[in-house]
Design a protein around this ligand. Structure first.
Ligand code: GLY
Length: 256
């Protein structure tokens, strides 16, 4: 169960966020703000307390707070984002984590290691980590070493196409995994109950489980039906403006 969630209000420079899909257009800032507010309300309905951090105009992508830290039930790890324009985002998260974790349980990934939280998927005491354009082998080595100190296990998942691991695979607890594209046939996920997401709705593989409820992006009926078919209560949140800059439901929060 999660008790706490941290989110960060989008800044007006969110329009300048990194994107692999410029054809979708720039985010509408006011709409992004209202979608973000609806996201917070959905999280609160799942019974968590939500810490809302102020916007930071220096970092267009900083609303994607998941990438700057990995939060576990025993420790927090401040990452070292591989995207140069995002690397400085970590400074602001440290004082926030200090409110929830003792200093000796807050760790850091340091250069030349890089790692972004969107590449980390927690399944109980196992942490799958995507080896991506943002997360390198040294970052994963440091991450695994830190986790080992807490009795956690790390499994590396080489990525071929997507930005982050959780762009295409997400754990819904109870052995259930939502998978799309390159993750459908990965050997490391063979033991799970996999629900394959059709290519036309691949974006919505990025759902989040929060205390028994699954939050699904609005506008993806096949994914919504599949998740409901697994027996989960669902909430939907429109993330259209975040999709324009490669962001999804999981990237918008830290859950612990
Ligand atoms: N625009 C989100 C990211 O590239 O990290």
């Amino acid at each position: 169960m999660f008790q706490h969630v941290i989110v960060k209000t989008p800044c007006s420079n969110v329009l300048l966020g990194i994107t692999s899909a410029p054809e979708l257009g720039k985010p509408d800032y006011q709409l992004a703000l209202s979608q973000h507010a609806a996201y917070i309300e959905a999280l609160k309905q799942c019974g968590v307390d939500v810490t809302v951090l102020p916007p930071d105009e220096a970092f267009p992508d900083s609303c994607f707070v998941e990438d700057v830290a990995v939060v576990t039930r025993k420790c927090a790890i401040v990452t070292n984002p591989g995207a140069p324009s995002r690397n400085g985002e970590t400074a602001a998260i440290v004082p926030v984590l200090e409110k929830f974790y003792p200093a000796e349980h807050i760790h850091r990934i340091t250069a030349p290691g890089t790692l972004e939280g969107g590449d980390v998927m927690m399944v109980g005491d196992t942490f799958y980590v995507g080896a991506s354009a943002r997360t390198n082998a040294e970052g994963i080595r440091q991450f695994a070493e830190i986790l080992q100190g807490y009795g956690f296990r790390c499994v590396t998942v080489p990525l071929e196409k997507v930005l982050h691991l959780k762009t295409g695979v997400n754990y819904l607890e109870n052995g259930n995994l939502l998978v799309s594209g390159e993750f459908c046939d990965k050997e490391c996920f063979a033991g799970y109950k996999k629900t394959e997401i059709p290519e036309s709705e691949a974006y919505a593989a990025n759902c989040i489980w929060v205390n028994g409820t699954v939050i699904v992006p609005k506008g993806y009926p096949a994914v919504l039906a599949a998740v409901q078919g697994l027996g989960y209560p669902t909430l939907t949140v429109d993330t259209s403006e975040f999709r324009k800059i490669d962001g999804g439901l999981s990237c918008l929060s830290l859950r612990f």
